[in-house]
Design a protein around this ligand. Structure first.
Ligand code: PEP
Ligand code: MN
Length: 366
């Protein structure tokens, strides 16, 4: 598989956000070829949030990429967003195509791209959709696979979030982790540039991805980043890129060292026991919640009492802090436990009222 980690070396994709001029493309590619990257990226058609920004040079930039390949031997990749772009890219010998985040959200676009790929079997990378929807990401991957493409990989580029954070696109690592669980053989690449939106955090995010056993990285590199026509803030020079790549620590997924395997087995056994204790405690907690439900029912008291919930949270934060537990985690954990307790109380009350309601509802489309 083209994108998979080989000999414990990550698959490196690098190049400018946009192919601006022939010189800029060739200069960047020459520098990167010397560093031994695996695939050269450049955007030819650029999806921009607002009109009026640089929307890429379009098909006139495709011969520049052919020159990259002829001069440096580097394979090339661009984003395609419709059937015509697939046709143009293949006509000009682009080696790998990627589907951008704004296309992955739209099954019509993905299907059009997949249909254009039928019978071609060019390698394709599918970026996550802009919204944190794993099924949509998997759906896009399946559409491409169903068109007969055998070399498919996923790119994690982060998700749009309204809340302000240090990231341009929130990583929500749990989503690509779940993708890995659901599609185990699928190569996974981290686009640290679009997650970060800045230069400072690129190394940290790249390392986090490698620590999660990602296969590779996609990073935006530009000869003069401050003057880039798109995504100036997050691009880095080839020499900064070389420095970043040299500082990455690549860890092995496993080993055959007996002592290590035995020690890890013991530690995992401890974890399994603690997990069982947690489940037993949670079950006990739900039984108490049901007692409370029955008691409130007899006294005609409502299930939700905001002051009590605030109290639980505040106490949880303080006790968690003393035990070195992160506040965000405590909030997520206690919210899940609280919601489940409410569901159990509701069940008790509604069974008594003779009304049955679904305790937990999940809605999915598709
Ligand atoms: C890009 O790679 O330059 C790009 C537009 O990415 P995304 O689809 O992740 O926004
Ligand atoms: Mn970009």
């Amino acid at each position: 598989m083209l994108f998979a980690k080989k000999d414990n070396r990550p698959f490196l994709i690098a190049g400018p956000c946009s192919a601006e001029t022939e010189e800029q493309v060739l200069e960047t590619a020459r520098d990167l070829a010397g560093m031994g990257i695996d695939l050269f990226r450049a955007g030819v058609w650029k999806p921009r949030t607002r009109p009026g920004a640089f929307e890429g040079n379009g098909a006139i930039a495709l011969p520049w990429l052919r020159r990259v390949k002829q001069e440096t031997g580097l394979r090339t990749t661009i984003e395609v967003a419709n059937g015509n772009q697939v046709y143009e890219a293949l006509k000009h010998g682009v080696d790998v195509l990627w589907i951008g985040a704004r296309s992955t959200v739209n099954p019509f676009s993905v299907q059009e791209i997949a249909d254009a790929l039928r019978g071609v079997d060019v390698p394709v990378l599918v970026k996550n959709p802009v919204n944190p929807d794993l099924d949509l990401w998997i759906g896009a991957i399946e559409r491409v696979q169903n068109a007969g493409v055998t070399q498919v990989g996923a790119i994690h580029r982060g998700f749009s979030a309204y809340a302000k954070s240090k990231f341009r696109n929130a990583p929500y690592w749990e989503i690509p982790i779940e993708l890995r669980r659901r599609m185990p053989g699928l190569p996974l690449i981290c686009d640290n540039s679009h997650i970060c939106g800045n230069r400072e955090d690129l190394l940290e995010v790249a390392q986090q991805a490698l620590d999660l056993n990602y296969d590779g990285l996609m990073t935006e590199v530009h000869p003069t980043p401050d003057e880039a026509w798109s995504d100036a803030k997050q691009q880095i020079t080839p020499s900064v890129y070389a420095e970043l790549a040299s500082r990455l620590v690549v860890r092995r997924e496993t080993t055959d060292n007996i002592e290590f395997l035995e020690n890890i087995e013991n530690l995992r056994h401890k974890i399994d026991e603690i997990d069982l204790d947690l489940l037993n405690l949670l079950a006990r907690r739900m039984r108490v919640a049901e007692d409370i439900g029955r008691y409130k029912l007899r006294n005609n008291i409502s299930i939700l009492q905001t002051t009590r919930w605030n109290e639980i949270l505040e106490k949880g934060f303080a006790q968690g802090r003393e035990r070195g537990l992160n506040e965000t985690f405590i909030e997520k954990f206690l919210s899940a436990v609280h919601q489940e307790s409410i569901a159990h109380q509701q069940e008790v009350m509604h069974a008594a009222d003779g009304k049955t309601i679904p305790v937990q509802t999940t809605t999915t489309h598709g």
